[in-house]
Ligand binder design. Structure first.
Ligand SMILES: O=C(O)c1ccccc1NCC(=O)[C@H](O)[C@H](O)COP(=O)(O)O
Length: 211
């Protein structure tokens, strides 16, 4: 079954609703160099992460300058995984012994995909904007992402422009390890629509993959 990560929580009530809806992972965005209504401080990320029950993974989404800064942020928030935007493959590899799984956020056209796949525990293939951030609400070429899923030996998380309306088709076409959504389940920036989160989880996990 396809796993589901919902990203960009700013409020405990939304986090609890997503857990009740059955998400596998929740993303907390802190320390990014782009403007986004989903950013919170590291202290709030740590506080919110502590409210998440066992068996649901917490993911710190961050844009550090280097591996050292990433490590300090991991130690501060103590997430189960860190999702890195903007670090090169060497810095990602330098975090192999960090006390968190490492997810590298990449654009499907990135020329260094092989190096990222060798350095990270998982790839988040996203519609990355010019500044290196996510949360664009834009889909990308799913055929290309399907090729990445079949050619690389690493779990691939599909992100970018997913919604309750298109997630089943995305899962059927790409067959990713997991799907990820931020803006597609919001009623306003940084505030989740609980019904939309529930529909997203239901449709992502019920989608049929062709044998
Ligand atoms: O969501 C953001 O605003 C964001 C900003 C900077 C770095 C990462 C960000 N999001 C990371 C995610 O994992 C999002 O869920 C992913 O980019 C998909 O976003 P969306 O297209 O809005 O579903």
């Amino acid at each position: 079954m396809t796993r589901v990560k919902v990203c960009g929580f700013t409020r405990e009530v939304d986090l609890a609703a997503a857990v009740a809806a059955g998400v596998d992972a929740v993303g907390l965005i802190a320390g990014v160099t782009v403007e986004t209504p989903r950013e919170i401080g590291l202290a709030d990320a740590s506080r919110l992460a502590a409210t998440v029950p066992p068996l649901v993974s917490t993911v710190l989404v961050t844009m550090p300058d280097d591996a050292g800064e990433a490590r300090r942020r991991i130690e501060r928030v103590r997430p189960d995984a860190v999702q890195l935007h903007g670090l090169d493959p060497a810095d990602v590899a330098a975090l192999a012994d960090a006390p968190a799984d490492v997810i590298a956020a990449v654009d499907p056209t990135d020329p260094d995909l092989d190096a990222y796949a060798g350095a990270a525990d998982a790839l988040l293939v996203d519609s990355i904007d010019d500044a290196g951030g996510g949360g664009t609400g834009e889909t990308h070429d799913w055929e290309r992402t399907r090729e990445i899923v079949t050619s690389l030996d690493v779990p691939v998380i599909l992100a970018g422009g997913l919604t309750p309306e298109n997630v089943a088709t995305a899962v059927e076409r790409v067959d990713p390890f997991a799907v990820d959504v931020a803006s597609g389940v919001e009623r306003e920036g940084g505030v989740k629509d609980h019904d939309a989160v529930g529909r997203f989880v239901e449709r992502a996990t019920r989608a049929r993959i062709a044998p």
